[in-house]
Ligand binder design. Structure first.
Ligand code: HPA
Ligand code: ZN
Length: 335
């Protein structure tokens, strides 16, 4: 094992950008499709992997929604989440903030309570059994209308103890953050924090809207911020974190190669950058793989990796005391 791989493996980390539906491995997809008698457009695990060649975000989303259709029962959501949490344990991820897309499931006739209860149950077991802390973020699908997001927020009302924030994901271009101004205001009034995917494929204008209109605490992806100097200054001055997903960005052609990724430039400009996996079953790896591959491609230093790990805790929605506790663990892990 290379020295940098070893260094990354023992570094305590948080993950802040992971779609739980994106951690559905082909093996579990097949198992659930058989059990639940749901047809999927693949004949074998190899067939699934061969389909994972994406030209852009939409290309990926089409396959991702098809895959998610095998999730039916609370136990299915538990198993999906538990599989991801075991990966966290292997990767020394001590805290994770998980996205899920209720509309992907309610639109297939799955009751709202099924997904959230299954995911929540696995998260509470992970705290007890693996010592991993977590928060759950409920995302609205931006290709649907705001009325549907309002309906979803209403369905969440009996579950507010399980959700820390609302987010915004799915097809970015043509669906600006401003489309969801009113439902995000309602969510904030209900005491929820807000985040949004912006500046993955969309222009920096979408990042401005996420900040000004949705009042987000952090930006998911945000890599196109680098095209707008005034925006960079704002992100730096207000210390707005970016949850960056290196392997995802290459798989979806946001960058041609990892060596061209702007992660290191962003970090060295003073942006609060974090490394994340996005949809690990689809993009080639869980959190450590993202750290290892970006560190190797950009020659990230140990110091830059330590900053990234501390950023991941400091950008999370845990208390200042918990942040300090985890950052102290980062310091004492350094070899
Ligand atoms: N972008 C937007 N929506 C998503 C993504 C993403 O990277 N992954 C899952 N849903
Ligand atoms: Zn994402």
């Amino acid at each position: 094992m290379s020295a940098i791989t070893e260094f990354i493996k023992q570094l305590p980390k948080a993950e802040l950008h992971i779609h739980i539906e994106g951690s559905l491995e082909p093996e579990l997809m097949f198992q659930l499709s058989k059990k639940n008698k749901i047809d999927i457009p693949f004949k074998s695990v190899d067939d699934v992997q061969a389909a994972y060649q994406f030209h852009n975000l939409q290309d990926f989303l089409n396959i991702y929604y098809a895959g998610a259709s095998v999730l039916i029962t609370e136990q299915d959501f538990y198993d999906l989440t538990w599989h991801y949490l075991k990966k966290c344990h292997e990767d020394n991820v001590l805290h994770t903030e998980i996205f899920y897309d209720p509309q992907t499931h309610t639109h297939r006739g799955i009751h709202f309570d099924v997904a959230i209860n299954g995911i929540h149950h696995a998260l509470s077991d992970a705290k007890k059994i693996l010592g991993i802390s977590s928060n759950l973020i409920m995302c609205f699908l931006r290709h649907l209308d705001e009325a549907d997001a309002f309906k979803t927020l209403q369905q969440a009302e009996g579950h507010l103890d399980k959700i820390i924030a609302v987010g915004l994901d799915s097809s970015e271009i043509g669906h600006p953050p401003a489309k969801f101004a009113a439902v995000f205001k309602k969510a904030r009034d209900m005491g929820l924090l807000t985040v949004a995917h912006a500046g993955e494929e969309g222009s920096p204008a979408y990042i401005w809207q996420a900040l000004d209109i949705l009042k987000v605490s952090r930006i998911d992806h945000g890599v196109r911020a680098i095209e707008d100097e005034a925006l960079m200054t704002r992100l730096i001055n207000e210390q707005i974190p970016l949850t960056i997903c290196p392997l995802s960005n290459v798989k979806l052609h946001v960058f041609d190669a990892l060596a061209e990724h702007n992660y290191q430039k962003m970090l060295n400009r003073g942006i609060i950058t974090t490394i994340n996996s996005d949809d690990p079953a689809y993009f080639g790896g869980y959190l450590n793989q993202n750290y290892i591959d970006i560190a190797t491609a950009l020659n990230l230093t140990k110091k830059e990796l330590v900053i990234s790990a501390k950023n991941s805790f400091n950008a999370s929605f845990i208390s200042p005391q918990q942040k300090k506790h985890y950052c102290d663990r980062v310091d004492s892990s350094i070899i």
